[in-house]
Design a protein around this ligand. Structure first.
Ligand SMILES: Cc1cc2nc3c(=O)[nH]c(=O)nc-3n(C[C@H](O)[C@H](O)[C@H](O)COP(=O)(O)O)c2cc1C
Length: 312
């Protein structure tokens, strides 16, 4: 047992990050059944869809699972109400101020974790009363910190600043990566990209194939004026770059982004015009596998690499 396995009452300190259009109840329950902590990603769900996924997840696993709530999306009050009504025990908040919801959720007996990308916000989250923080480096898929701090730098600095349990995210897809993060001071890891390319992810098959075709250097962070996001360089990405050459206003960027770009790319499989969010570590992901195989092989490599460290 370590701080993370005992906090969530799980077997391995592996969390599946909430991921819009990828992490419905099938992925979350598979991760929880395999000994990690699965999170339903509320960011891409209307409130009634979220309720349905929570109910199905409860039927699909008797193990702990949680819900990720990115605070930049609408309907947050309604989402939180559903979380309470459905008796969800664990909530990971992201993309917002940890003070907004932590006390409310903690009063209801919910374990609260907040995702940050700097020591400053890790401290704010600790002050707000969260049970743990996820510190996510710049190499991560999805929305990113403005400070561009990488996981290797971020984890020891956050560790120096907070006393609550610390979960590392960004660039971790293997047992060796997990061990490295834990040697740097993390108590557990959150993986996103690796689980996006799993059998149980709700992403479109063509997007999953694109993840495993993605090579080192194929992703970049863009749209910093709106909310920085790491994307695969496709036509949509090139269109953004072209617009940047004309010094656009944030309104013009918003107009190009339009609505439902992420759904179009990751869920509907439009690899040309859609937004394809994935982390740099996609370059190390070579297969689409069932979640149980992913977690078993991560843990096997983690234990093996631990033995190698002893021999160094
Ligand atoms: C496709 C995709 C969608 C994501 N959506 C969310 C989200 O809705 N909420 C959130 O907090 N993080 C989101 N993330 C970040 C992940 O939860 C996780 O922290 C990150 O992927 C870890 O880095 P990695 O991709 O290198 O494993 C997303 C990541 C990806 C790849």
């Amino acid at each position: 047992m370590n701080k993370i396995t005992s906090l969530f009452n799980i077997q391995y300190p592996i969390i599946q990050g909430g991921m819009i259009w990828n992490s419905g109840y099938k992925l979350a329950s598979a991760v929880s059944n395999a000994g990690g902590l699965g999170l339903i990603g509320a960011g891409s769900m209307y409130p009634d869809v979220l309720r349905e996924h929570i109910q199905k997840c409860k039927k699909a696993t008797d193990k702990p699972f949680g819900v990720n709530v990115p605070m930049l999306y609408p309907n947050i009050e309604e989402i939180m109400q559903i979380i309470l009504e459905e008796g969800v025990k664990i909530v990971f908040t992201s993309a917002g101020n940890p003070k907004t919801w932590t006390a409310f959720l903690k009063e209801k007996g919910i374990t609260v974790v907040h995702v940050v990308s700097s020591s400053k916000f890790a401290l704010k989250a600790q002050e707000a009363g969260v049970d743990a923080v996820v510190a996510e480096g710049f190499e991560a898929g999805g929305h990113n910190g403005r400070e561009e701090t990488t996981t290797f730098t971020l984890i020891p600095m956050v560790k120096e600043n907070i006393s609550i349990p610390l979960i590392a995210a960004g660039g971790i897809a293997t047992g060796r990566g997990m061990l490295a993060a834990m040697i740097l001071g993390a108590d557990g890891v959150q993986m996103g990209s690796r689980f996006a390319a799993s059998t149980e992810s709700s992403a479109h098959a063509d997007f999953k194939q694109t993840i495993i075709d993605t090579k080192e250097g194929d992703t970049l962070v863009t749209l910093k004026e709106l909310a920085p996001v790491r994307l695969i360089k496709n036509k949509f990405y090139n269109d953004i770059q072209e617009l940047y050459s004309k010094c656009p206003t944030p309104e013009e960027l918003k107009e190009l982004l339009g609505r439902a770009r992420a759904k179009r790319g990751m869920f509907e499989g439009d690899l040309v015009e859609g937004e394809l969010e994935i982390g740099q570590i996609a370059g190390l992901i070579h297969d689409i596998k069932p979640v149980k195989e992913i977690i078993d092989s991560v843990m096997e490599e983690f234990e093996m690499a631990k033995g190698e460290v002893v021999m160094l």
